[in-house]
Design a binder for this molecule. Structure first.
Ligand SMILES: [Zn+2]
Ligand SMILES: [Zn+2]
Length: 946
């Protein structure tokens, strides 16, 4: 079989040019829309990286529903968008410039740095545009919203102002996830995207009790997985109701939870027991003097290094005594605030120790060497109880992959926790596909929602529009450029915006902007408002992204809407699984298993790649991308349909009629039309419910039925002299192909167009067609069940034939079919006879069974011999390059009397079967003649072209 692949891709390119030349996309948006608007929002990608195979998945699904709704008579304007701010962009530029942190950016200058960011955003714009075009994703990129554009930023400010006016935006000093490399806070949704399993060293540390009664060998044992926080320890926490034991272990007396003694000190001996409440107030010596020295002489000095109680203490791991470093843990900070523990930083925002941390000064806290050196130091001083490797899931920066630390500092927050009920209520109204996302992955996230850490101490982002008065400290939120009294060409980015001084409304003093920018996820989350979709085109009827966006865009879109007091931003959401490699591994540069989408599209066509995404499994499941499956799909769906269309083109003669009311339909035709309308009904129902996989598979099954059953059973009708029946067959075929083209159009827009145009669709494009309407009367239940019964009988009989070793070209005398109904229509019986090549079919009543009489009579053998000759000659015709318009005189020569008799009996069938005009049995064999045995009779067979 010749390799048809290049032509698929070439043909798609021709279709693309056809669409562009004829402005088809625009026409589909502008055509009559009796059913009104259908709203789609494009979740904006970032064009500073090349599009990957997972973008094919998202874009394929994004494209499908709008195309379907357009054909149904809706107007589906599709505005593209680009996400252009934030860490992803800044990091790319830092890499380009060889920077490793913020200090170098400041030195380089914020203005030139941001200029570079702005350029970098468009690095792969051409790739993205071409990829989007080539995939057939219809979206208006010419009028796309761009998140860095001043008008968009101003729109975002308007949203922030509304949130501010609702009292939901506030500043607080507290422990927040912080990326030391990027030098900025991260929100809980960003954090949720960066968990990785890591092995850390965890340590059990001895804190020396200094209460008078001890002999200097009594210790409290606490456990931590972040040894770098130990120098900042200011308290130990116990559970009031937890039972503790003092264990004699060597020379030491160690306090730990009683239930953990067997595990931690199995050879120890319990000398005393006490409730946690009895330990409260016990004082101990700081592990390191750094914090105490730094706060010496202040009020705080006396407030640390004792045992307190806290309700978060458990005995599930650790020792039941919790090391507390208030500046580097959220629980710790809350406890510290409650009981007034000393708050003092030993670590800078860049994650390195301050000079006050002595031997650790200047070192990055997350370096493994730091943990090792602290442990060595503690061991040297006899303060290490034990250490062990500890495997856990730990958050990393979603962009730069650095370990995140928890760090106390000032940040801006949106009070999402106060909106939890409303978030859940609005989520209830969303139709999620798959449905379990609503209460599962997304609902669970919302139930645990934290306040949104909104500010970023970065450069390339939407500036937080809060101005603080230098005189009285009053804060005001700016909602538009007009409030700033700036020029029309004002660039709202840093550093320009930082220079704008505003008059304080309270005291008339000078107010300056805070230095922060906003979480980049806010940019896209606020897109309905900043891009002008709200209020007319709100909420969206449909959005679609991959499952990671439950912590990203899906979340921020809902969060912003709810913070504004509005209803859900989208009615229907398809949430996609991830695309993995063929072995189920995540694709990554380092593993070298990245699949390049354009290579796949060039090799197999965009339609095949799209079809793969729709049908390989349910949208919500992760997909193991395997090129082999793609090849199979391409052949099974598009290869087969292509062959059917070619067959149609061979016989089509322009006389086709509408099939409604067409006389002379065979049982096979009625069945085919029933299958067609059944499929129209189910595909429509499926897509209207945002199910994609089943409809696509149903179309595949319909194509298979059309080709391998209806057409295969109908082939002779096209070649016969019964002109009326040929017309019926052609009309049925055309109806099927046109309808399939329409059903397929949202899924495989190129191939559907190709079929539509080749079969003679009336509109300039299948995409301008109206969606097929189901004709319920065509869904003939009797035809469907009888044909299903027939096909089952045929396949069982063919199996029986194969088991008996009888070639299907050898006619057999009879078959017996037992059916519960005892009935099978005459046309279906004829079908069975023909398919199975038996002379008679007996239908009896009883439990479903089939049997075959495999006894051969000489007459049956003669008939089989002729069938074999027909097959051979047709194979020779094909290899001789003859077409169906060529006629031949067939030549058969044999000395066997049985062959002569066979030719005499079946002369007409032979001549007709090979598109011949006559039979010659004497004289010289033609050049192309072959000698072979059929049914043990030797013969020479060939033909002469006429
Ligand atoms: Zn980072
Ligand atoms: Zn003021």
């Amino acid at each position: 079989m010749p390799d048809a692949r290049p032509s698929v891709s070439e043909r798609e390119k021709e279709v693309l040019e056809y669409w562009e030349k004829n402005d088809i996309f625009k026409k589909t948006v502008e055509k009559d829309a009796p059913r009104g608007a259908f709203v789609f929002y494009e979740g904006p990608p970032t064009a500073n990286g090349k599009p990957g195979i997972h973008h094919v998945e998202a874009r394929a699904f994004k494209d499908l529903i709008p195309r379907f709704r357009t054909m149904q008579g809706y107007r589906v304007a599709r505005k593209g968008g680009w996400d252009t701010h934030g860490l992803p962009v800044e990091l790319e530029v830092e890499k380009q410039l060889g920077f490793t942190g913020k200090a170098q950016i400041e030195e380089f200058g914020i203005a030139p740095f941001n200029e570079k960011c702005k350029e970098s955003v468009w690095t792969y714009l051409t790739d993205w545009k071409e990829f989007t075009r080539r995939l057939g994703f219809w979206v208006d990129l010419d009028n796309a919203y761009v998140t860095y554009k001043p008008e968009y930023v101003e729109g975002l400010w308007g949203v922030i102002k509304k949130i501010w006016d609702r009292g939901l935006l506030y500043q607080d000093y507290r422990v927040t996830p912080h990326c030391p490399r990027c030098g900025t806070s991260l929100s809980s949704h960003e954090l949720a995207q960066g968990y990785k399993d890591v092995k850390d060293i965890s340590v059990y540390v001895k804190f020396k009790v200094i209460t008078k009664e001890t002999d200097g060998n009594e210790y409290l044992v606490a456990w931590t997985t972040t040894p770098w926080t130990l120098p900042s320890n200011v308290a130990l926490a116990v559970g009031e109701d937890i039972a503790y034991a003092l264990v004699k272990h060597g020379e030491d007396l160690l306090w730990m939870a009683r239930d953990l003694v067997a595990k931690l000190a199995p050879d120890g001996e319990i000398v005393r027991e006490a409730q946690g409440s009895a330990l409260v107030g016990m004082e101990y010596e700081p592990l390191y003097p750094f914090v105490r020295d730094a706060i010496k002489g202040t009020e705080q000095e006396k407030k640390g290094w004792f045992v307190t109680s806290a309700d978060f203490v458990t005995t599930t791991d650790g020792t039941g005594i919790v090391h507390t470093a208030v500046m580097y843990g959220a629980d710790d900070f809350e406890l510290g605030t409650k009981i007034g523990l000393p708050k003092y930083h030993l670590v800078k925002l860049d994650g390195t120790f301050l000079p006050s941390a002595d031997f650790l000064a200047g070192r990055l806290v997350t370096d493994e060497g730091v943990a090792v050196d602290i442990i060595k130091d503690l061991a040297h001083r006899g303060l290490l109880f034990k250490k062990e490797k500890f495997e856990h899931s730990y958050p990393h920066c979603w962009r730069c992959k650095s370990k995140v630390i928890y760090y106390a500092k000032d940040s801006w927050y949106i009070r999402m926790s106060s909106l939890r009920d409303k978030l859940l209520e609005e989520n209830e109204k969303i139709n999620w596909e798959p449905s379990h996302i609503r209460d599962g992955r997304f609902g669970e996230w919302l139930r645990e929602v934290k306040d949104w850490a909104f500010s970023r101490e970065r450069y390339w982002g939407t500036p937080l529009p809060i101005w603080v008065c230098e005189e009285c400290g009053d804060k005001q939120c700016v909602g538009s450029f007009a409030e700033l009294d700036v020029r029309a060409d004002f660039d709202p980015h840093r550093p320009h915006v930082d220079e704008v001084v505003v008059k304080c409304a309270k005291c008339g003093g000078s107010a300056r902007r805070v230095k922060d920018v906003c979480d980049v996820w806010f940019d896209s989350g606020a897109m309905p408002y900043a891009s002008g979709e709200y209020p007319d085109r709100y909420p969206a009827d449909y959005i679609c992204e991959a499952i990671d966006q439950t912590r990203g865009w899906f979340y921020t879109l809902l969060a912003v809407s709810v913070a504004l007091g509005l209803e859900r931003p989208a009615k229907n959401i398809i949430c996609l699984g991830h695309v993995l490699d063929a072995k189920g591994k995540k694709m990554s540069k380092s593993l070298g298993n990245i699949v390049r989408p354009m290579e796949m599209i060039d090799a197999y066509g965009a339609d095949s790649v799209r079809w793969y995404m729709y049908t390989i499994n349910q949208p919500g499941e992760s997909k193991r991308f395997d090129e082999k499956t793609l090849v199979e799909m391409q052949r099974a769906v598009f290869g087969i349909l292509g062959n059917v269309v070619s067959f149609y083109e061979t016989y089509a003669d322009g006389r086709m009629q509408p099939v409604v009311g067409l006389a002379g339909l065979t049982a096979l035709d009625s069945w085919m039309l029933a299958r067609l309308h059944e499929t129209v009904r189910d595909v429509t129902d499926g897509l209207e419910s945002y199910r994609v996989t089943e409809p696509a598979r149903l179309i595949g099954a319909l194509i298979d039925d059309l080709s391998t059953w209806w057409l295969r059973r109908s082939r002779d009708r096209f070649k016969s002299n019964d002109d009326a029946d040929k017309l019926v067959a052609l009309s049925v075929m055309r109806e099927c192909l046109l309808t399939i083209a329409k059903l397929m159009a949202p899924f495989a827009p190129f191939f559907a167009e190709d079929v539509y145009l080749r079969v003679g669709g009336e509109k300039p494009s299948v995409h301008l067609e109206t969606w097929p309407v189901v004709d319920a009367s065509a869904i003939n239940g009797v035809a469907l069940t009888q044909m299903a019964q027939t096909r089952s009988v045929v396949s069982k009989l063919l199996e029986a034939r194969a088991n008996a070793g009888k070639n299907v070209r050898q006619a057999l005398a009879s078959a017996t079919v037992t059916l519960p109904s005892g009935e099978l229509g005459a046309e279906y019986v004829a079908l069975v006879k023909d398919e199975v090549n038996v002379k008679a079919v007996l239908v009896e009543k009883g439990e479903y069974a089939v049997s075959l009489d495999v006894t051969l009579t000489p007459a049956l053998v003669r008939e089989g011999t002729v069938r074999e000759i027909v097959r051979r000659v047709n194979a020779m015709r094909k290899s001789g390059g003859l077409t169906i318009d060529d006629r031949i005189e067939v030549y058969v020569q044999s000395i066997e009397p049985e062959v002569a008799l066979a030719l005499e009996e079946h002369r007409d069938a032979l001549v007709a079967g090979v598109l011949g005009t006559g039979l010659c049995t004497t004289g010289d064999a033609p050049d192309n003649a072959e000698t072979f045995r059929a049914n043990e009779f030797e013969m020479t067979v060939g033909f002469t072209k006429i």
